[in-house]
Design a binder for this molecule. Structure first.
Ligand code: ADP
Ligand code: AMP
Length: 208
């Protein structure tokens, strides 16, 4: 089975994707993580997309699709795949359709107010792990539980950028909910992290 996560920035996609990956033991791709890795390593792609991410705009569809499809080619997806952050536009969904069949879309619903609170307290590790100062703090302040590296605040966490990301989500990504129709499973993103996980597992028919 191949899965997509939809939901506003900060709605908890990355957090739940990590947990589902562990449960199902299948690989995932986070296009946001891939872009951030390229920016950190100052690759050609990284230099090209740095300003776009800082503004909270979308990287052009073709560039994103090429990066994502190149990643898929190097993976064993025979047991399935989870996509976090792709597709983010109708064009990206159309491009994806030709290389991968999507079975289920998990759409995490959360209000704008909550999204702002979540992103405000988010702390990220270069290894991909995500924490929250209040809702999911690391055991040792400022340090990743998983790999011991220092946590950082993402460059796109400024208020103006977040507002733009929400606007971009509504204009370009939200139409995907209609596009995928009855493949979409809505998930209430308001409860605690384990409660949201529980709802996802229950709706997917996976036992805890
Ligand atoms: P997204 O990938 O959708 O941008 P994240 O998974 O990075 O969202 O979550 C945003 C922030 O909210 C992170 O700091 C994360 O630890 C926190 N978070 C995620 N899910 C919940 C939840 N159910 N309750 C409280 N905080 C959460
Ligand atoms: P994320 O980590 O999913 O919040 O993504 C961070 C940023 O990476 C976004 O605000 C975009 O600038 C860029 N990005 C990630 N995925 C995509 C995508 N599918 N299409 C275009 N831009 C993307």
């Amino acid at each position: 089975m191949n899965y997509i996560f939809l939901g506003m920035p900060g709605s908890g996609k990355g957090t739940q994707v990590e947990l589902l990956v562990k449960k199902l033991n299948i690989p995932m791709i986070s296009t946001g993580n891939l872009f951030r890795k390229n920016i950190k390593n100052e690759t050609k792609l990284g230099l090209k997309v740095k300003d776009i991410l800082e503004k909270g705009d979308l990287v052009p569809d073709k560039v994103t699709f090429e990066m994502m499809s190149a990643e898929i080619k190097n993976m064993d997806i025979s047991q399935g795949l989870i996509l976090d952050g792709y597709p983010r536009s109708l064009r990206q969904a159309e491009l994806l359709k030709d290389i991968l069949n999507i079975d289920i879309i998990l759409n995490i619903e959360l209000s704008e107010d909550q999204v702002l609170l979540r992103i405000g307290g988010r702390r990220t590790c270069k290894c991909g792990e995500t924490y929250h100062l209040k809702f999911n703090p690391p055991q040792k302040e400022g340090v990743c539980d998983k790999c011991g590296q220092e946590l950082y605040i993402r460059d796109d966490a400024q208020e103006e950028t977040i507002k733009n990301r929400i606007k971009v989500y509504k204009e370009q990504t939200e139409p995907l909910i209609k596009y995928y129709g009855d493949k979409v499973i809505n998930i209430d993103g308001n409860p605690s992290i384990p409660e949201v996980t529980e709802e996802i597992f229950r709706k997917l028919g996976i036992s805890d």
